[in-house]
Design a protein around this ligand. Structure first.
Ligand SMILES: Cc1cc2nc3c(=O)[nH]c(=O)nc-3n(C[C@H](O)[C@H](O)[C@H](O)COP(=O)(O)OP(=O)(O)OC[C@H]3O[C@@H](n4cnc5c(N)ncnc54)[C@H](O)[C@@H]3O)c2cc1C
Length: 504
């Protein structure tokens, strides 16, 4: 089969899935405005794959047999850059606001399939299952979501030490048909409108947690799987003048597994806490999804810095020195975000799975610094917008009888019409101050793990030997020949990181 259209994706969502929103079961996600808005945004991304101008950018294959490029493992630098261009196209189409666009989990599953031997080490069947699942995704082009985190309950205790053994997702029994799992996983962003959910462990498991380490993929409509949506952040996704970013409200959800049977051929892993903790890094899923995340982040930075510049120019404040400094600062952050993308691609090397793998150090660098950059971009937009951000009339007012009389009070500098100015101010507030904007900020902080522990992993994994050699040269100038020799990174650690086994 070939890539699906948006209409085909939407038609697949009427499958009896159990989705709950605001206290009631949703019979049809497409008849529920906030879920339908998210689904239609995803559908537009499916349709982009069929755009004659973007087909070559977003898909690969021969003739009519095409597949999403996010399901192709890159084996050399041009292939990695080509995939990056595909990520960028999707990110630009969604202003970097859709973190879990279909290409995200596709990329993780592709990394898993490349590293099938990692799964096969735990059990040869797991390796075969991962390979077969990737092949099935190539054949069917499903929209995959994922949920990896256990409910907090107590973060001070490991999974098997929680006061309720059935809160963290665990295997309760194995049958001839597969494993039966009970408990919850979060945060299933867009799971209510996805075709499948992929579950896998992230680091943090301790001996005794073995039953809690399952990795698998199942259809969202699997019996016993209950999807509980968070409170919607957009009251009415149809009010596009008031909340122009409403189409990108990617609903988040908690996934409750009520003794769900995972068929044997959909089980990828379980039973080893050490391997579970290493899985995301060792398979290089972190590196590959990292490339996706930093490209998406750069697209969001373009939107935020663009809003800052537009606000200043619209009110004439761009002529003041302190405003120019603020704009220079956020534009500098945008450039650093873009540079990080290039550095991750430039430092890419062939991994032990024979895939061309982005350098992890720049990915982790942006993982830590990008939330701070975003936070400052938001602050600058709010400083530049001032009280105007909170004095825009409702979209009904712009169409009401009063408007011709008051329109002049809402105009901007240099011929900016009142409607243009109100639209820009509403966009600025939606991106930064609304519940939607605040969720976007929280997403940047936490979308792929705890930033504190990820920063620590940057240090423990970093190849610091060349830096320490530099210090030695500075300490003992008498022993060194003149010139800058001795600072080149160890070529065996070209991504800036030591091999995992060499880390403290
Ligand atoms: C909007 C949004 C969308 C998301 N979408 C997805 C998704 O689609 N799929 C998915 O799988 N995940 C998703 N995530 C979840 C994301 O993976 C987690 O939020 C992230 O891994 C952090 O886990 P946590 O939220 O449980 O925070 P915690 O790990 O509980 O961290 C909270 C705080 O407690 C501290 N802390 C907790 N435990 C420890 C510890 N052991 N040692 C030291 N400090 C600790 C942390 O440093 C941090 O300050 C999403 C998150 C957000 C915010």
């Amino acid at each position: 089969m070939t890539i699906r259209t948006g209409a085909e994706y939407l038609a697949g969502l009427r499958d009896g899935r159990e989705v709950w929103l605001a206290g009631r079961r949703v019979d049809d996600v497409l008849a529920t405005p906030v879920l339908a808005a998210a689904a239609h945004t995803v559908a537009r991304l499916y349709d982009l794959q069929h755009d004659p101008e973007l087909r070559e950018v977003l898909t690969f294959g021969d003739g009519a047999e095409r597949h999403p490029l996010s399901l192709a493992a890159p084996h050399d630098a041009p292939a990695l850059r080509r995939r990056g261009a595909a990520f960028r196209t999707t990110a630009e189409a969604t202003f970097g606001l859709l973190g879990r666009s279909p290409d995200f989990v596709n990329t993780a599953v592709t990394a898993f399939a490349s590293a099938a031997a990692f799964f096969g080490k735990a059990d040869p069947r797991f390796g075969r299952n991962v390979t077969a699942y990737h092949a099935a995704c190539l054949a069917r082009d499903p929209f995959l979501s994922h949920a990896t985190i256990n409910p907090p309950l107590s973060r001070a205790r490991s999974s098997h030490e929680q006061d309720d053994p059935d809160v963290h997702l665990r295997i309760v029994r194995e049958t001839s048909e597969g494993i039966v799992v009970r408990g919850a996983k979060l945060i299933g962003t867009l799971t209510p409108v996805a075709d499948e959910i992929v579950v896998f462990p992230l680091p943090g498991y301790r001996p005794g947690d073995e039953p809690y380490t399952a990795a698998f993929a199942i259809p969202v409509a699997t019996p016993g799987l209950r999807i509980v949506c968070r409170e919607p952040l957009v009251a009415d996704p149809g009010r596009l003048l008031s909340t122009p970013l409403a189409p990108f409200e990617e609903i988040d959800a908690t996934c409750v597994f009520d003794d769900v049977l995972i068929p044997s051929d959909r089980v990828f892993f379980h039973g080893d806490t050490d391997a579970a903790n290493r899985l995301y890094d060792a398979t290089t899923a972190r590196h590959h999804t990292g490339q996706h995340s930093i490209i998406r982040g750069a697209a969001k930075a373009e939107l935020l810095t663009g809003i800052a510049v537009a606000l200043a120019e619209m009110s004439g404040t761009h002529t003041f020195l302190h405003v120019k400094e603020m704009l220079g600062e956020v534009l500098g952050s945008l450039e650093l975000a873009r540079a990080g993308v290039l550095a991750a691609e430039d430092g890419a090397r062939t991994s032990e799975w024979n895939t061309f793998t982005p350098a992890l150090a720049p990915v982790l660098a942006l993982r830590y610094h990008f939330p701070r950059m975003t936070s400052r971009m938001i602050e600058v937009i709010q400083l530049l917008g001032g009280g105007s951000l909170l004095s825009t009339p409702a979209e009904e007012d712009l169409r009401g009888e009063l408007w011709p009389g008051i329109e002049r009070y809402f105009r901007g500098a240099d011929g900016v019409s009142a409607e243009q100015r109100v639209r820009l101010l509403k966009l600025a507030w939606d991106a930064t101050g609304s519940a939607f904007g605040q969720r976007q900020m929280q997403y940047e902080r936490y979308h792929s793990g705890d930033p504190v522990r990820l920063a620590a992993a940057q240090y423990t994994g970093y190849d610091t030997a060349p830096l320490l050699r530099t210090v030695q040269r500075a300490l003992h100038p008498e022993r060194q020949p003149a010139g800058p020799g001795g600072t080149a990174p160890d070529p065996s650690a070209a991504d800036g990181h030591r091999p995992a086994e060499a880390r403290p």
